[in-house]
Design a binder for this molecule. Structure first.
Ligand SMILES: O=P(O)(O)OC[C@H]1O[C@H](OP(=O)(O)OP(=O)(O)O)[C@H](O)[C@@H]1O
Ligand SMILES: Nc1ncnc2[nH]cnc12
Length: 230
């Protein structure tokens, strides 16, 4: 179990580490709105982190499974999660396009991954007035689909998207609950590109940094609310 200090350190470092902090503008100052948003984000992350549960050796021996489902059991935590994700997207926009131009990086489409990306992707899309489009495991959707194979922490799988679900040039943010090895997210990103979408970023609730999933995402801007190495 992590100490409170460990948790605080993890939460403090949970934004993009390869670029400037999300709340800093081009001159290095923190715009007031971003500062307020960052403060709200920081205070909510601790309660979200505390709701996660761990199950050693699930679904196979050696995997420390981190269960995000409790985040949805309490309506207050569920609401907090959605607000935190929305703030994270708005800060992401300010970071990518510069303070005052965040709307330029506003996603047209939220793409959520089967199955846990479906738990919050549609709600987040509605909050952002964006479309929601699913990436599903092979064989679940009718009509012509594009397909990508990927390796996960515990096996091989196949993802599909329906042709035409993303229009060429639409700005797409891919969301999922967890980035572990990054295989699922990278496959989803490749499908978005096959459909002609403009992959502007990835958003996850939780990152497991020692698995180095970001290395598979080709430098596409990636934001995580929380991270844990245990
Ligand atoms: O970064 P990766 O190593 O690819 O792992 C992350 C993926 O693994 C989990 O899904 P899983 O494939 O277990 O499917 P599920 O959501 O249907 O349980 C999780 O919800 C992510 O989608
Ligand atoms: N350790 C883990 N816990 C929960 N979901 C996962 N998906 C991939 N790795 C996972």
């Amino acid at each position: 179990m992590s100490s409170t200090a460990d948790v605080a350190q993890n939460l403090a470092s949970s934004s993009r580490r390869d670029q400037a902090p999300l709340t800093t503008d081009a001159s290095g100052r923190q715009p007031p709105a971003a500062t307020a948003g960052a403060a709200e984000l920081a205070s909510t992350k601790m309660s979200l982190y505390g709701a996660l549960k761990r199950f050693p050796d699930f679904p196979i021996p050696g995997i420390n499974f981190i269960d995000i489902l409790p985040l949805f059991q309490d309506p207050n935590i569920h609401r907090t999660l959605l607000r935190a994700l929305e703030l994270q997207v708005l800060q992401f926009g300010a970071d990518v396009a510069g303070a005052g131009n965040a709307a330029l990086a506003k996603p047209d489409v939220i793409v959520g991954l089967d199955a846990r990306g479906f738990l919050f992707g549609p709600s987040l899309a509605l909050q952002l007035n964006a479309s929601f489009v699913p990436v599903r495991k092979r064989g679940k959707m009718p009509g012509p689909c594009v397909e990508a194979a990927y390796e996960k922490e515990y096996g091989t799988d196949y993802f599909q998207m329906q042709e035409g679900a993303v229009k060429p040039g639409q700005k797409v943010l891919v969301v999922d609950d967890i980035i572990a090895t990054g295989g699922s997210a990278a496959a989803a990103g490749s499908l978005v590109k096959q459909l002609g979408g403009d992959l502007i970023g990835y958003l996850f609730i939780l990152e497991i940094p020692f698995l180095k999933g970001r290395d598979k995402l080709d430098g596409v801007p990636t934001v995580t609310l929380l991270e844990t190495d245990d």
